[in-house]
Design a protein around this ligand. Sequence first.
Ligand code: SAM
Length: 265
Amino acid sequence: MSASPGAGAGSGTREWDAGTYDRVSTPQQEWARPVVERLSLRGDETVLDAGCGSGRVTEVLLDALPDGSVIAVDGSAAMVEEARDLLGNDRVSYIHADLLDLDLDEEVDAIFSNAVFHWITDHRQLFERLGAALRPGGRIEAQCGGEGNVARFYATVAEVIAEHPEIATHVGDFEPHRFASPAETARILEGLGFEEVSCALEPRPVHPPEPREFIRSVCLGAHSELLPEEQRGVLLDAVMERLGPDPELDYVRLNISARKPAARA
Ligand SMILES: C[S@@+](CC[C@H](N)C(=O)[O-])C[C@H]1O[C@@H](n2cnc3c(N)ncnc32)[C@H](O)[C@@H]1O
């Protein structure tokens, strides 16, 4: 397996706090189970996990593949190593790469992804690369943040930023996500020739475990990277004070299903 070298360079990939993510990502694991079920796997396929993170969700996928294997791709080296520590090298191969540059040596039977696509802004290139990695007739089953995802939470973040000019200087109206609508996602997939396309939103509000660490590492991770060390805590403290001790995060997931057309005889 290979991917274009230089993952991270000129792309939207970044490093994650993989250890913390692994500890607090119970909601992501719960969201992922029905997505794995939608793949209706026989159990002997090779499946791409597009954005494997720390491997917790890859493990759920692997359980559905007793005789199969997973190609686990992620743009964060720390996440790839965390996943390797958890799952080993037996039935999983790992690639540290930007999904926008993905170029596998062989086609996979199916593609799975959970909580990743909204971190990538160029969805046309993303689905084009995923389509190239998929065998004819193979399915993509994915879920990511969709239109309206954590809108209330990021409105709170914007209020806090507006009140702190020293933070606003670095972050401004920074938007690291693309929370796409079902219609625009379906349009891209159909434009690329995918069939049986189905895209739908699903509200999934969450009371995260360890809310402060969840918000620091997941929701504010990209913002924090833009800030000097001492201001990261200022932003986090101010957001946490507004949210209170047991915040509900207004997550809205976008479920995506599509099939690559079968090869013509
Ligand atoms: C919220 S985590 C989800 C991880 C895992 N799928 C899960 O559900 O727990 C998002 C992951 O997407 C990865 N990611 C974001 N943009 C990426 C890109 N362009 N290429 C590869 N991985 C990317 C991040 O490195 C991170 O590990």
